[in-house]
Design a protein around this ligand. Structure first.
Ligand code: CU
Length: 163
């Protein structure tokens, strides 16, 4: 027996009720989609963002602490800035006393946790910095997360010693 045949005696009434329910669910779903990125971005915040400029026009490293006050784990997947031709996620590793850098595709940020971007570990790498990357200036950086959330933060450009 086809399920459709079994339900056919109440198709008119039941069908209308299902349509109404579907409309409500669709509306609720659309609302959730609209609210989700804002709510998640609000749970994320950045502490002490700065770019370390060693030599003008050479790659500059970005440091900060990324906090996640939300109940859901987040994953940082990329960063961009109009001040850098490319802004990469890097990690320094020590290999037999030799410091190397590698690109990372994503950085997990645990729920109610934080991740530090600091010398010797994770950092942003601002490739081919533009004229805006000069000591004392502020440049915008946009972080992108795996769930589609985005977060814009102003970074202050400092010298080699963080001053
Ligand atoms: Cu690097």
């Amino acid at each position: 027996m086809m399920p459709g045949t079994w339900f056919s005696p109440v198709a008119g009434r039941g069908g209308r009720r299902r349509t109404t329910l579907r409309t409500i669910l669709a509306a609720a779903g659309a609302l959730a989609v609209l609210q989700a990125p804002a709510a998640q971005a609000a749970a994320l915040h950045v502490e002490g963002p700065w770019l370390r400029l060693l030599i003008p026009s050479r790659p500059a490293a970005g440091y900060f602490v990324l906090h996640n006050d939300g109940d859901d784990a987040e994953t940082l997947v990329s960063a961009e800035s109009p001040a850098c031709a490319e802004l990469m996620l890097h990690r320094s590793t020590h290999d037999g006393g030799q410091e190397r850098m590698e690109m990372v595709q994503n950085v997990p940020v645990p729920a109610h946790g934080k991740v530090s971007f600091a010398p010797g570990g994770y950092h942003l790498m601002c490739m081919m910095p533009g004229a805006a990357v000069r000591r004392g200036n502020h440049v915008p950086v946009t972080f992108h997360f795996a769930d589609g959330a985005a977060l814009e933060v102003m970074f202050v450009v400092k010298g080699p010693n963080g001053q």
